[in-house]
Design a protein around this ligand. Structure first.
Ligand SMILES: [Zn+2]
Length: 415
C-alpha cells in the first residue's frame, strides 16, 4: 500500500542527524540543515504545497483541503535529530519473516540481541524487522515518524477520492536535546490541533507528560592544608554528600513508576573548595511538582543554616510542563486518535509519559499536541529496531485521523 515506505526509511536513517547539546547554534548540528533540505525537496516531489524551511530549521508543508466545508486543520510533527549515540554509517539489517529467535546484530563484534533480554521481540514474529549492525543506533526515533507522515501525505495526494481538510506538516530539529520545540511557531504553523509521531510500539497514545525542572546547587567550601585545618576547613565535597542525603531516598527514578514523580541526581563534581550537584525534578501532578521545587530550595536553606549563609546557592529552572493540563480541555484530539486506532483494530495504549515530548512545550504554546506511536523499540542505542508493519500501522493511523476529522465535522454541521 505504501510502496516507497521502506526505501524512504532506509534512505533517511543513513542520513546522520545527531543533535549536540554542547552546541549553541540553531539547529545544533549542520547535518540537520542538510537533512531539512532533502526533506523539503522530497515534500515538493510528493506534491505538498507551500514547502519551506524556516529560521528555526522546521521544514513546513501543507496538504490543501479537497472539500468545500471547513473542518479543523490537523498538524503532524516529527523530529529530524537522533539521540546522543553513534549515528555515523547506520547500516540497517532487514530480517524478513522474523522467526522469533535471538538476532545477531554483528557477528564479527559478537553483538546479539537476545530474546531473553528483549522479550518485546516476541511481538514481531513473522514481521519484517529492521535492526542496526550493532555499531550505531537505528534512528527510527524519529525518522520513522517522518517517513510515516510523508507516506500518509503521498497516499492522500495520490488518492484524491479520499476527502480531507487542510493538513499541516512540520519536521523539526533538536528534540533529543530538548530545544527544538522552543522555537516552534504555532501561529505560522496554522493548525487547530496536532500530533507528534514519535517513539513507542504500535498503539501508544500519550497526552500526559511530566512537569520538569532542573536544580543546580553550587557549594562554596574552604580549602585549607589538612594538617592545620582544625576549625578552619569547610569541605564542599562532604557538604555535597550531606545535601544529597537530605532528599527522600524512595523518590528516585529506580524506585518509581506510573504517576510517581522523582528527584534524580544526575551528577556531582566536587573537591574541597567547590562542589556542584545537578538534579532534575519530575512529577505529573502540578502541586506535587511545585512541592518538589520548594523542597529543593529548602534543602539549600537548611545547608546554609548549618554552614553559614551563601555556602550553597541553588538555581532552579523549569524545563517543560505536563501537556495533559492543556489537552484535557481538548479531549476531541485524543478521542479522534483513539477512535482511528480502534477502526484499524489497533488497541490504543494510553499511559502517562515518564518524560516529555515536543508536544509538552507546543501544547503550552496553544496547540494541543498529543503523541502517537511511530513504532520503534529500544531507542537511543544499538538495540533499536522497528518493524515495517508498525510503520504501516502508524501511516494508516494518520490517514484514518484525517478521514475521521472530516466525517465528524460533517456530522456536526448537519446536526
Ligand atoms: Zn523521539
Amino acid at each position: 500500500m505504501y510502496d516507497t515506505l521502506k526505501e524512504r526509511f532506509l534512505k533517511y536513517v543513513k542520513f546522520e542527524t545527531r543533535s549536540d547539546e554542547s552546541s549553541e547554534t540553531i539547529p545544533s548540528t549542520p547535518s540537520q540543515i542538510e537533512f531539512a533540505k532533502l526533506l523539503k525537496k522530497e515534500m515538493e516531489e510528493i506534491g505538498l504545497e507551500n514547502v519551506y524551511v524556516n529560521d528555526a530549521c522546521f521544514v513546513n508543508g501543507t496538504l490543501p483541503s479537497n472539500i468545500d466545508k471547513k473542518v479543523p486543520v490537523i498538524g503532524f510533527i516529527a523530529h529530524m535529530d537522533t539521540a546522543d549515540f553513534n549515528a555515523v554509517d547506520v547500516n540497517p539489517q532487514i530480517i524478513e519473516n522474523y522467526d522469533g529467535k535471538d538476532i545477531i546484530l554483528n557477528k564479527d563484534l559478537g553483538i546479539t540481541m537476545y530474546t531473553e533480554e528483549f522479550p518485546n521481540l516476541e511481538n514481531y514474529v513473522s514481521k519484517t524487522v529492521i535492526t542496526t549492525d550493532g555499531t550505531t543506533l537505528l534512528g527510527a526515533d524519529d525518522k520513522a515518524g517522518i517517513v510515516e507522515i510523508m507516506e500518509a501525505m503521498k497516499y492522500l495526494i495520490n488518492h484524491p477520492e479520499i476527502k480531507h481538510g487542510t493538513v499541516k506538516v512540520a519536521f523539526g530539529p533538536d528534540e533529543e536535546i530538548g530545544r527544538g520545540a522552543d522555537n516552534f511557531n504555532v501561529e505560522e504553523f496554522g493548525a487547530d490541533f496536532a500530533y507528534t509521531m514519535d517513539g513507542g510500539p504500535v498503539g501508544e497514545l500519550e497526552y500526559e507528560s511530566f512537569n520538569a525542572a532542573q536544580a543546580v546547587y553550587k557549594i562554596k567550601g574552604k580549602s585549607v592544608h589538612p594538617g592545620t585545618a582544625k576549625d578552619k576547613m569547610k569541605n564542599a565535597s562532604l557538604i555535597a554528600v550531606e545535601l544529597a542525603s537530605m532528599f527522600p531516598s524512595a523518590e528516585v527514578p529506580e524506585k518509581t513508576e506510573g504517576y510517581e514523580g522523582f528527584y534524580f541526581l544526575e551528577g556531582i563534581n566536587s573537591n574541597c573548595e567547590d562542589a556542584e550537584l545537578m538534579y532534575i525534578l519530575r512529577d505529573h501532578d502540578k502541586n506535587k511538582f511545585l512541592e518538589k521545587k520548594k523542597f529543593a530550595e529548602d534543602v539549600a536553606k537548611k545547608i546554609n543554616e548549618r554552614y553559614g549563609k551563601d555556602t550553597v546557592k541553588v538555581v532552579l529552572k523549569d524545563q517543560y510542563y505536563n501537556m495533559g493540563e492543556i489537552i484535557k480541555d481538548h479531549m476531541y484530539v485524543v478521542d479522534i486518535a483513539r477512535e482511528a486506532m480502534e477502526n484499524l483494530n489497533i488497541e490504543p495504549i494510553i499511559k502517562p509519559i515518564r518524560g516529555g515530548t515536543d508536544g509538552s512545550k507546543i501544547s503550552f504554546m496553544g496547540l494541543p499536541t498529543p503523541n502517537i506511536f511511530a513504532g520503534g523499540e529500544n531507542f537511543h542505542g544499538k538495540y533499536e529496531f522497528i518493524a515495517l508493519e508498525s510503520m504501516e500501522k502508524a501511516t494508516d493511523t494518520i490517514i484514518e485521523i484525517i478521514k475521521l476529522n472530516v466525517e465528524k465535522n460533517y456530522e456536526k454541521t448537519e446536526l
